[in-house]
Design a protein around this ligand. Structure first.
Ligand code: NAD
Length: 362
Protein backbone atom coordinates (compact mmCIF):
# COMPACT_ATOMS: atom_id res chain seq x y z
CA UNK A 1 0.00 0.00 0.00
CA UNK A 2 1.45 3.38 -0.81
CA UNK A 3 2.59 5.30 2.23
CA UNK A 4 -0.14 7.88 1.87
CA UNK A 5 -2.84 5.30 2.65
CA UNK A 6 -4.00 5.85 6.18
CA UNK A 7 -3.89 3.01 8.67
CA UNK A 8 -6.80 4.82 10.36
CA UNK A 9 -9.11 4.00 7.46
CA UNK A 10 -11.41 0.98 7.81
CA UNK A 11 -10.32 -2.32 6.31
CA UNK A 12 -12.98 -2.12 3.60
CA UNK A 13 -11.81 1.39 2.75
CA UNK A 14 -8.26 0.07 2.47
CA UNK A 15 -9.49 -2.70 0.15
CA UNK A 16 -11.36 -0.20 -2.02
CA UNK A 17 -8.45 2.23 -2.23
CA UNK A 18 -6.47 -0.04 -4.58
CA UNK A 19 -9.14 -2.38 -5.88
CA UNK A 20 -8.55 -5.41 -3.65
CA UNK A 21 -11.20 -8.10 -3.94
CA UNK A 22 -10.92 -10.13 -0.79
CA UNK A 23 -9.14 -10.52 2.52
CA UNK A 24 -9.01 -13.73 4.53
CA UNK A 25 -7.93 -13.79 8.17
CA UNK A 26 -6.69 -17.21 9.29
CA UNK A 27 -6.64 -17.92 13.01
CA UNK A 28 -5.91 -21.38 14.42
CA UNK A 29 -4.99 -21.32 18.13
CA UNK A 30 -4.15 -25.05 18.06
CA UNK A 31 -1.26 -24.64 15.63
CA UNK A 32 -0.54 -21.01 16.55
CA UNK A 33 -1.34 -19.87 13.00
CA UNK A 34 -2.15 -16.21 12.52
CA UNK A 35 -2.16 -15.27 8.87
CA UNK A 36 -3.72 -12.92 6.34
CA UNK A 37 -4.36 -13.76 2.69
CA UNK A 38 -5.04 -10.80 0.39
CA UNK A 39 -6.53 -11.28 -3.06
CA UNK A 40 -6.12 -8.21 -5.23
CA UNK A 41 -7.37 -9.00 -8.73
CA UNK A 42 -8.33 -12.15 -10.63
CA UNK A 43 -9.06 -10.74 -14.10
CA UNK A 44 -6.19 -12.64 -15.70
CA UNK A 45 -6.48 -15.83 -13.65
CA UNK A 46 -6.26 -17.22 -10.12
CA UNK A 47 -4.41 -15.03 -7.64
CA UNK A 48 -0.91 -16.38 -7.23
CA UNK A 49 1.49 -15.06 -4.65
CA UNK A 50 4.06 -16.28 -2.19
CA UNK A 51 3.54 -16.57 1.54
CA UNK A 52 5.83 -14.48 3.70
CA UNK A 53 6.51 -15.34 7.34
CA UNK A 54 7.73 -12.36 9.33
CA UNK A 55 7.72 -11.05 12.90
CA UNK A 56 5.44 -8.10 12.20
CA UNK A 57 5.35 -5.62 15.05
CA UNK A 58 1.60 -5.10 14.65
CA UNK A 59 -1.32 -6.73 12.87
CA UNK A 60 -1.71 -3.49 10.89
CA UNK A 61 1.81 -3.85 9.56
CA UNK A 62 1.05 -7.41 8.39
CA UNK A 63 -2.15 -6.24 6.70
CA UNK A 64 -0.35 -3.41 4.93
CA UNK A 65 2.30 -5.82 3.68
CA UNK A 66 -0.32 -8.28 2.40
CA UNK A 67 -2.21 -5.52 0.59
CA UNK A 68 0.85 -3.96 -1.02
CA UNK A 69 2.41 -7.27 -2.01
CA UNK A 70 -0.79 -8.74 -3.49
CA UNK A 71 -1.33 -5.68 -5.67
CA UNK A 72 2.26 -5.97 -6.87
CA UNK A 73 1.58 -9.58 -7.89
CA UNK A 74 -1.34 -8.53 -10.12
CA UNK A 75 0.97 -6.15 -11.96
CA UNK A 76 3.85 -8.62 -12.06
CA UNK A 77 1.73 -11.31 -13.74
CA UNK A 78 0.24 -8.80 -16.14
CA UNK A 79 3.57 -7.36 -17.32
CA UNK A 80 5.10 -10.82 -17.62
CA UNK A 81 2.29 -12.00 -19.88
CA UNK A 82 1.06 -14.69 -17.49
CA UNK A 83 -2.57 -15.64 -16.97
CA UNK A 84 -2.55 -15.09 -13.24
CA UNK A 85 -4.07 -12.61 -10.85
CA UNK A 86 -2.45 -11.17 -7.76
CA UNK A 87 -2.55 -12.39 -4.19
CA UNK A 88 -0.24 -12.75 -1.23
CA UNK A 89 -0.20 -14.48 2.14
CA UNK A 90 1.54 -13.29 5.28
CA UNK A 91 2.02 -15.42 8.38
CA UNK A 92 2.71 -13.50 11.57
CA UNK A 93 5.64 -15.05 13.42
CA UNK A 94 9.36 -15.70 13.52
CA UNK A 95 10.14 -18.24 10.79
CA UNK A 96 13.20 -19.45 12.69
CA UNK A 97 11.32 -20.16 15.93
CA UNK A 98 7.59 -20.44 15.30
CA UNK A 99 7.37 -22.50 12.12
CA UNK A 100 6.10 -26.07 12.47
CA UNK A 101 4.59 -28.74 10.25
CA UNK A 102 1.21 -28.23 11.93
CA UNK A 103 1.27 -24.48 11.40
CA UNK A 104 2.05 -24.82 7.69
CA UNK A 105 -0.52 -27.59 7.19
CA UNK A 106 -3.15 -25.59 9.03
CA UNK A 107 -2.38 -22.68 6.69
CA UNK A 108 -2.71 -25.13 3.76
CA UNK A 109 -6.24 -25.98 4.89
CA UNK A 110 -7.23 -22.31 4.79
CA UNK A 111 -5.87 -22.12 1.23
CA UNK A 112 -7.84 -25.25 0.33
CA UNK A 113 -11.03 -23.52 1.44
CA UNK A 114 -10.45 -20.84 -1.20
CA UNK A 115 -10.98 -23.46 -3.91
CA UNK A 116 -8.23 -22.31 -6.23
CA UNK A 117 -8.87 -18.59 -6.04
CA UNK A 118 -5.47 -18.29 -4.33
CA UNK A 119 -2.35 -20.33 -5.08
CA UNK A 120 0.77 -19.86 -3.02
CA UNK A 121 4.55 -20.40 -3.18
CA UNK A 122 7.58 -19.60 -1.04
CA UNK A 123 8.57 -16.07 -0.06
CA UNK A 124 10.67 -14.49 2.67
CA UNK A 125 10.68 -16.82 5.66
CA UNK A 126 9.24 -19.85 3.85
CA UNK A 127 10.88 -22.58 1.73
CA UNK A 128 10.23 -25.65 -0.42
CA UNK A 129 9.76 -27.86 2.66
CA UNK A 130 6.97 -25.56 3.86
CA UNK A 131 5.34 -25.80 0.43
CA UNK A 132 5.52 -29.57 0.76
CA UNK A 133 3.58 -29.34 4.05
CA UNK A 134 0.97 -27.11 2.38
CA UNK A 135 0.75 -29.62 -0.50
CA UNK A 136 -0.24 -32.30 2.05
CA UNK A 137 -3.48 -30.33 2.49
CA UNK A 138 -4.10 -28.72 -0.90
CA UNK A 139 -2.95 -28.74 -4.52
CA UNK A 140 -3.12 -24.96 -4.68
CA UNK A 141 0.58 -24.52 -3.99
CA UNK A 142 3.64 -24.30 -6.24
CA UNK A 143 7.38 -24.24 -5.64
CA UNK A 144 7.25 -27.69 -4.08
CA UNK A 145 10.47 -29.77 -4.25
CA UNK A 146 11.48 -31.26 -7.59
CA UNK A 147 11.65 -34.69 -5.94
CA UNK A 148 7.86 -34.67 -5.57
CA UNK A 149 7.11 -33.27 -9.02
CA UNK A 150 7.43 -29.54 -8.46
CA UNK A 151 9.69 -26.93 -10.02
CA UNK A 152 11.59 -26.48 -6.75
CA UNK A 153 12.84 -23.25 -5.26
CA UNK A 154 11.94 -20.34 -7.59
CA UNK A 155 14.70 -18.09 -6.18
CA UNK A 156 17.39 -19.00 -8.77
CA UNK A 157 15.03 -17.81 -11.53
CA UNK A 158 14.22 -14.67 -9.60
CA UNK A 159 17.94 -13.99 -9.28
CA UNK A 160 18.47 -14.64 -13.00
CA UNK A 161 15.78 -12.08 -13.91
CA UNK A 162 17.21 -9.50 -11.51
CA UNK A 163 20.66 -10.06 -12.97
CA UNK A 164 19.26 -9.42 -16.48
CA UNK A 165 17.41 -6.34 -15.22
CA UNK A 166 20.70 -5.04 -13.79
CA UNK A 167 22.47 -5.69 -17.10
CA UNK A 168 19.75 -3.91 -19.11
CA UNK A 169 19.98 -0.91 -16.76
CA UNK A 170 23.79 -0.86 -16.85
CA UNK A 171 23.59 -0.86 -20.66
CA UNK A 172 21.36 2.21 -20.51
CA UNK A 173 23.60 4.17 -18.17
CA UNK A 174 27.08 3.03 -19.21
CA UNK A 175 26.56 2.06 -22.86
CA UNK A 176 27.61 -1.57 -22.34
CA UNK A 177 26.02 -4.29 -20.25
CA UNK A 178 29.31 -5.83 -19.18
CA UNK A 179 29.50 -5.96 -15.39
CA UNK A 180 33.23 -6.54 -14.94
CA UNK A 181 34.57 -3.75 -12.77
CA UNK A 182 31.12 -2.36 -11.84
CA UNK A 183 30.47 -1.99 -8.13
CA UNK A 184 27.19 -3.52 -6.98
CA UNK A 185 25.77 -3.46 -3.47
CA UNK A 186 23.46 -6.36 -2.61
CA UNK A 187 21.31 -5.84 0.48
CA UNK A 188 20.01 -9.17 1.80
CA UNK A 189 21.81 -12.31 0.72
CA UNK A 190 19.18 -14.92 1.45
CA UNK A 191 17.51 -17.14 -1.13
CA UNK A 192 17.61 -14.66 -4.02
CA UNK A 193 20.51 -12.47 -2.88
CA UNK A 194 23.00 -15.32 -2.66
CA UNK A 195 22.16 -16.57 -6.18
CA UNK A 196 22.46 -13.01 -7.46
CA UNK A 197 25.88 -12.55 -5.84
CA UNK A 198 27.01 -15.76 -7.58
CA UNK A 199 25.92 -14.48 -11.00
CA UNK A 200 27.49 -11.04 -10.48
CA UNK A 201 30.79 -12.44 -9.24
CA UNK A 202 30.91 -14.82 -12.22
CA UNK A 203 31.08 -11.69 -14.39
CA UNK A 204 33.74 -10.17 -12.17
CA UNK A 205 31.61 -7.39 -10.76
CA UNK A 206 32.85 -6.00 -7.47
CA UNK A 207 30.15 -7.03 -5.01
CA UNK A 208 29.47 -5.50 -1.60
CA UNK A 209 26.99 -7.33 0.63
CA UNK A 210 25.02 -6.65 3.76
CA UNK A 211 22.69 -8.81 5.85
CA UNK A 212 21.38 -8.76 9.39
CA UNK A 213 22.22 -12.48 9.58
CA UNK A 214 25.95 -12.41 10.42
CA UNK A 215 26.45 -16.12 9.80
CA UNK A 216 25.06 -15.89 6.26
CA UNK A 217 27.07 -12.71 5.66
CA UNK A 218 30.35 -14.41 6.54
CA UNK A 219 29.47 -17.51 4.53
CA UNK A 220 28.55 -15.63 1.33
CA UNK A 221 31.50 -13.24 1.66
CA UNK A 222 33.93 -16.17 1.82
CA UNK A 223 32.27 -18.33 -0.82
CA UNK A 224 32.02 -15.64 -3.51
CA UNK A 225 34.77 -13.26 -2.46
CA UNK A 226 32.29 -10.47 -1.83
CA UNK A 227 32.96 -7.62 0.60
CA UNK A 228 30.72 -7.44 3.68
CA UNK A 229 29.55 -3.98 4.78
CA UNK A 230 27.60 -2.80 7.79
CA UNK A 231 23.86 -2.52 7.15
CA UNK A 232 23.66 1.18 8.07
CA UNK A 233 26.56 2.14 5.75
CA UNK A 234 24.78 1.12 2.53
CA UNK A 235 23.23 4.41 1.51
CA UNK A 236 26.37 6.53 1.67
CA UNK A 237 28.39 4.16 -0.51
CA UNK A 238 29.70 5.23 -3.89
CA UNK A 239 28.62 2.31 -6.11
CA UNK A 240 27.13 1.84 -9.57
CA UNK A 241 24.18 -0.33 -8.58
CA UNK A 242 22.13 -0.83 -5.43
CA UNK A 243 20.34 -4.20 -5.46
CA UNK A 244 17.80 -4.39 -2.61
CA UNK A 245 17.07 -8.07 -1.95
CA UNK A 246 15.61 -7.94 1.57
CA UNK A 247 12.60 -5.94 2.76
CA UNK A 248 10.64 -3.28 0.84
CA UNK A 249 10.50 0.52 1.28
CA UNK A 250 14.28 0.95 1.53
CA UNK A 251 14.07 3.60 -1.18
CA UNK A 252 12.52 6.63 0.49
CA UNK A 253 13.12 10.38 0.82
CA UNK A 254 15.71 9.88 3.57
CA UNK A 255 17.77 7.21 1.78
CA UNK A 256 17.50 8.83 -1.67
CA UNK A 257 19.05 11.99 -0.24
CA UNK A 258 22.19 10.01 0.69
CA UNK A 259 22.39 7.85 -2.42
CA UNK A 260 25.27 8.05 -4.87
CA UNK A 261 24.14 5.04 -6.94
CA UNK A 262 23.51 5.28 -10.68
CA UNK A 263 20.99 2.43 -10.69
CA UNK A 264 18.59 0.69 -8.32
CA UNK A 265 17.72 -2.84 -9.40
CA UNK A 266 16.96 -5.67 -7.00
CA UNK A 267 14.52 -8.41 -6.07
CA UNK A 268 12.78 -6.89 -3.05
CA UNK A 269 9.09 -6.23 -3.58
CA UNK A 270 7.81 -2.66 -3.17
CA UNK A 271 11.20 -0.99 -2.96
CA UNK A 272 9.77 2.53 -3.16
CA UNK A 273 8.16 3.67 0.07
CA UNK A 274 6.01 6.15 -1.84
CA UNK A 275 5.51 5.12 -5.46
CA UNK A 276 4.80 8.65 -6.69
CA UNK A 277 7.04 10.91 -4.63
CA UNK A 278 10.07 8.62 -4.45
CA UNK A 279 10.09 7.80 -8.17
CA UNK A 280 10.04 11.54 -8.93
CA UNK A 281 12.90 12.14 -6.49
CA UNK A 282 14.92 9.40 -8.20
CA UNK A 283 14.25 10.88 -11.63
CA UNK A 284 15.33 14.33 -10.46
CA UNK A 285 18.52 12.87 -9.04
CA UNK A 286 19.20 10.94 -12.25
CA UNK A 287 19.07 7.52 -10.59
CA UNK A 288 17.67 4.83 -12.88
CA UNK A 289 15.13 2.61 -11.13
CA UNK A 290 14.46 -0.84 -12.63
CA UNK A 291 10.90 -1.53 -11.41
CA UNK A 292 10.93 -4.37 -8.90
CA UNK A 293 7.99 -6.38 -10.11
CA UNK A 294 9.30 -6.26 -13.68
CA UNK A 295 12.73 -7.68 -12.96
CA UNK A 296 11.90 -10.03 -10.07
CA UNK A 297 9.33 -12.05 -12.04
CA UNK A 298 11.61 -15.06 -12.67
CA UNK A 299 10.33 -16.91 -9.61
CA UNK A 300 6.72 -16.30 -10.59
CA UNK A 301 7.49 -17.64 -14.07
CA UNK A 302 8.92 -20.79 -12.50
CA UNK A 303 5.74 -21.23 -10.41
CA UNK A 304 3.58 -20.66 -13.49
CA UNK A 305 5.56 -23.30 -15.37
CA UNK A 306 4.95 -25.72 -12.53
CA UNK A 307 1.20 -25.06 -12.71
CA UNK A 308 0.93 -25.31 -16.48
CA UNK A 309 3.53 -28.03 -17.02
CA UNK A 310 5.68 -25.80 -19.28
CA UNK A 311 8.95 -27.12 -17.92
CA UNK A 312 12.36 -25.58 -17.30
CA UNK A 313 13.20 -24.66 -20.92
CA UNK A 314 10.17 -22.37 -21.17
CA UNK A 315 10.89 -20.92 -17.73
CA UNK A 316 14.38 -19.96 -18.89
CA UNK A 317 13.03 -18.45 -22.15
CA UNK A 318 10.41 -16.34 -20.37
CA UNK A 319 12.91 -15.23 -17.72
CA UNK A 320 15.33 -14.15 -20.44
CA UNK A 321 12.64 -11.79 -21.80
CA UNK A 322 13.22 -9.63 -18.72
CA UNK A 323 16.29 -8.03 -20.34
CA UNK A 324 14.33 -6.73 -23.35
CA UNK A 325 11.27 -5.87 -21.23
CA UNK A 326 13.46 -3.69 -19.00
CA UNK A 327 14.99 -1.96 -22.04
CA UNK A 328 11.45 -1.27 -23.37
CA UNK A 329 10.23 0.18 -20.09
CA UNK A 330 13.27 2.47 -19.89
CA UNK A 331 12.60 3.55 -23.50
CA UNK A 332 8.96 4.38 -22.72
CA UNK A 333 9.94 6.23 -19.57
CA UNK A 334 12.39 8.38 -21.53
CA UNK A 335 9.99 9.00 -24.43
CA UNK A 336 7.14 10.06 -22.14
CA UNK A 337 9.34 11.69 -19.48
CA UNK A 338 7.71 9.57 -16.78
CA UNK A 339 9.31 7.47 -14.04
CA UNK A 340 10.01 3.85 -14.98
CA UNK A 341 7.56 2.49 -12.39
CA UNK A 342 4.76 4.58 -13.88
CA UNK A 343 5.74 3.38 -17.38
CA UNK A 344 5.59 -0.27 -16.33
CA UNK A 345 2.27 0.25 -14.53
CA UNK A 346 0.79 1.63 -17.74
CA UNK A 347 1.75 -1.45 -19.75
CA UNK A 348 0.45 -3.82 -17.06
CA UNK A 349 -2.83 -1.93 -16.62
CA UNK A 350 -3.42 -1.91 -20.37
CA UNK A 351 -3.07 -5.70 -20.56
CA UNK A 352 -5.52 -6.20 -17.68
CA UNK A 353 -8.04 -3.79 -19.25
CA UNK A 354 -7.72 -5.44 -22.68
CA UNK A 355 -8.21 -8.96 -21.35
CA UNK A 356 -11.17 -7.82 -19.24
CA UNK A 357 -12.87 -6.72 -22.47
CA UNK A 358 -12.48 -10.08 -24.23
CA UNK A 359 -13.93 -11.82 -21.19
CA UNK A 360 -17.28 -10.20 -21.95
CA UNK A 361 -17.69 -12.73 -24.78
CA UNK A 362 -19.30 -15.92 -23.46
P1 NAD B 1 15.08 -14.59 2.26
O1 NAD B 1 14.30 -14.56 3.52
O2 NAD B 1 15.63 -15.89 1.79
O3 NAD B 1 16.30 -13.56 2.32
C1 NAD B 1 16.18 -12.26 2.80
C2 NAD B 1 17.49 -11.89 3.45
O4 NAD B 1 17.44 -10.52 3.82
C3 NAD B 1 17.77 -12.69 4.74
O5 NAD B 1 19.08 -13.23 4.67
C4 NAD B 1 17.63 -11.64 5.84
O6 NAD B 1 18.48 -11.88 6.93
C5 NAD B 1 18.02 -10.37 5.10
N1 NAD B 1 17.54 -9.12 5.70
C6 NAD B 1 16.36 -8.85 6.28
N2 NAD B 1 16.30 -7.57 6.68
C7 NAD B 1 17.49 -7.01 6.31
C8 NAD B 1 18.06 -5.72 6.45
N3 NAD B 1 17.39 -4.73 7.02
N4 NAD B 1 19.31 -5.50 5.96
C9 NAD B 1 20.01 -6.49 5.37
N5 NAD B 1 19.52 -7.75 5.23
C10 NAD B 1 18.28 -8.00 5.70
O7 NAD B 1 14.12 -13.93 1.14
P2 NAD B 1 14.24 -14.05 -0.44
O8 NAD B 1 13.36 -15.16 -0.90
O9 NAD B 1 15.66 -14.02 -0.83
O10 NAD B 1 13.54 -12.70 -0.90
C11 NAD B 1 14.21 -11.46 -0.82
C12 NAD B 1 13.31 -10.36 -1.39
O11 NAD B 1 12.99 -10.66 -2.75
C13 NAD B 1 11.97 -10.21 -0.67
O12 NAD B 1 11.57 -8.87 -0.67
C14 NAD B 1 11.02 -11.00 -1.53
O13 NAD B 1 9.70 -10.52 -1.42
C15 NAD B 1 11.58 -10.71 -2.90
N6 NAD B 1 11.25 -11.73 -3.90
C16 NAD B 1 11.65 -13.01 -3.70
C17 NAD B 1 11.34 -13.97 -4.68
C18 NAD B 1 11.81 -15.40 -4.55
O14 NAD B 1 11.79 -16.13 -5.55
N7 NAD B 1 12.25 -15.85 -3.38
C19 NAD B 1 10.62 -13.61 -5.83
C20 NAD B 1 10.25 -12.27 -5.99
C21 NAD B 1 10.56 -11.35 -5.01
Amino acid sequence: MPANSSSDSSILEQLSAYGHKKLVYCNDPDSGLKAIIAIHDTTLGPALGGTRMWSYATEGEALEDALRLSRGMTYKSAITGLNLGGGKGVIIGDSRKDKTETLMRSYGRFIKNLNGEFITAEEMGTNTRDMEFIRMETNYVTGVPESIGGAGNPAPFTAQGVYLGIKASVKEVFGTDMLAGRTIVVQGIGNVGEHLVALLRKENAEVLISDINQEQLTYVARKYKAKPIEADKIFGIDADVYAPCAMGATVNNKTIERMKFAIIAGSANNQLKDEVLDSELLMKKGILFAPDYLINAGGLISCYSELTGFGKKRTVQLTENIYEATRNVIKLSKAEQIPTNIAVNRIAEKRIADIKKIKSTY
